[in-house]
Design a protein around this ligand. Structure first.
Ligand SMILES: [Zn+2]
Length: 471
């Protein structure tokens, strides 16, 4: 069966074999649309999806600018967790729980949350973690992201080591802000909404929704790992915000319908991806022929190992919106994960072209090309992966697949260099050093690639010495 889970998600044992394609044994189909990976039962999965990240970036960009931050430095990323929460960690990364997206009624509510979280960044609010995990280990959330990708790419224990330390720091429930910090983040968030000309209605709706949930389930602070715990809610807070927002000229401004439509799609695909299929089919029944409903069901069917039904849902989507690159991507993903890499290539090429070379989708295309085991695809795979890495070089999985391409082409020097890059990004200096040394012995001194290998080797040596000293 074609469960969307990766082998590292802990419970995804059934059907996993389908994800290991012949000839690429360690290459798990992680570049699923939602690209996830994790190690232990408590681990949190980072969900990476091109369409979702594009939407979150666009919805937050005006707020990021209003906060005086550079949109290129701020990331809004998704973590798989049913509870309704969001938090800031790892410098300028806003983490949003999948449960928050699936619970939000509209994109404006999500924007309200992001504005508040950006307020925590501007305020320099330090994560209060009882164990001071991050400070103690120096492990950043970025390394958590990379660690997850490394595990996904088959880096195994090294990646898991990063996660073991990092995942706890990333868990929203370990983080809590003081009431003073909450008020200052509220005020800052209101300022960003005002500057960006975005209504605060969603922010209030969202807080009220949380309050209702609290009343309904009598959620107590000590048992709840949701937003209300990490961002203590109070009637005062809501009153202050109501007064501020209502005075703002943007109060009555409606949400941009195009942005809202994109949000509905992302919410639907996320629901289809994270929920049990029966839950998805209740929320998006067969009688619903809207685009989001077909999208959600396509994921539910794919997850239930009904590839034909999943593909016919995608066909309906492509009939409604021809050439949509994310629908092409899903078609390619379903084919790839059901053992048809050659058939996946066409749709994935279109998806890459339609997103002007999105690095995540390019990684999936590179994977499909390699998985065909057809040597005539290796040049294209190399080109696609290299261009993806030029845009986003911090992608251990793409380095992994690229190393595979070089190895198949018999270029052991560049294969070693790609493995060194992967190990470097996966915080595995021992491996990075070994591979970089191997690359250097085979490369011509003074060339660009040689110098790069030398850089990695030196950085890895330094990292290993620092680790020794710490011990
Ligand atoms: Zn807060």
């Amino acid at each position: 069966m074609a469960s969307l889970r990766s082998r590292y998600s802990g419970t995804g044992s059934g059907g996993f074999a389908r994800h290991i394609l012949r000839g690429a044994r360690t290459m798990v189909a992680v570049f699923a649309t939602f690209n996830l990976a994790l190690s232990s039962a408590h681990a949190q999965e980072i969900l990476r999806d091109a369409e979702t990240e594009a939407l979150l970036a666009e919805a937050s960009a005006p707020l990021v600018k209003a906060a005086g931050l550079d949109p290129r430095n701020v990331q809004v990323l998704l973590i798989r967790d049913d509870s309704i929460n969001a938090f800031v960690a790892g410098g300028q990364i806003v983490w949003i729980h999948s449960g928050l997206i699936t619970a939000a009624d509209n994109v404006n509510q999500v924007q309200g949350v992001i504005a508040h979280e950006l307020g925590h960044i501007e305020g320099g609010h330090v994560i209060r973690s009882s164990e001071g995990i991050k400070e103690a280990t120096g492990i950043s959330i970025l390394s958590l992201v990379l660690g997850a990708a490394a595990v996904a790419a088959g880096a195994g224990e090294a990646g898991m080591g990063i996660l073991a330390a990092g995942q706890q720091a990333a868990m929203g429930k370990y983080l809590a802000f003081s009431r003073t910090q909450e008020s200052s983040a509220d005020l800052a968030g209101a300022r960003y909404l005002h500057t960006a000309g975005i209504s605060g209605k969603g922010s209030l709706e969202f807080f009220k929704k949380l309050q209702n949930l609290e009343y309904r389930y009598r959620v107590r602070e000590d048992t709840n790992d949701g937003y209300a715990t990490t961002h203590p809610l109070s009637s005062d807070r809501i009153q202050v915000l109501t007064d501020l927002y209502q005075k703002d000229p943007a109060w009555a401004k409606p949400v941009d319908p195009a942005l809202e439509a994109r949000f509905e799609r992302v919410k639907a695909k996320l629901t289809g991806y994270v929920s049990d299929p029966p839950v998805t089919l209740r929320k998006y029944p067969e009688t619903d022929s809207s685009v989001p409903a077909f999208y959600a069901r396509a994921y539910a069917y794919h997850k239930s190992a009904y590839p034909d039904q999943a593909l016919s849902a995608v066909k309906a989507l492509l009939t409604a919106i021809p050439n949509d690159p994310y629908f092409d991507e899903l078609e390619g993903q379903i084919l790839l994960e059901n053992g048809h890499p050659a058939d996946a290539i066409g749709p994935l090429r279109q998806a890459v072209a339609g997103t002007r070379g999105n690095p995540l989708i390019s990684g999936m295309l590179g994977h499909a090309l390699v998985a065909t085991e057809d040597p005539s695809h290796l040049d294209e795979a190399e080109q696609v992966l290299r261009s993806a890495l030029t845009r986003d070089r911090e992608n251990p999985f793409a380095w992994y697949v690229l190393g595979n391409v070089y190895a198949r082409k018999g270029n052991n020097a560049l294969a070693a260099l790609a493995s060194a890059e992967q190990a470097d990004l996966s915080n595995n200096p021992a491996q990075a050093s070994r591979q970089a040394q191997a690359a250097m012995t085979a490369l011509k001194p003074g060339t660009h690639d040689y110098l790069r290998a030398q850089d990695i080797a030196m950085a890895a040596q330094g990292a290993m010495e620092r680790r020794k000293k710490k011990k």
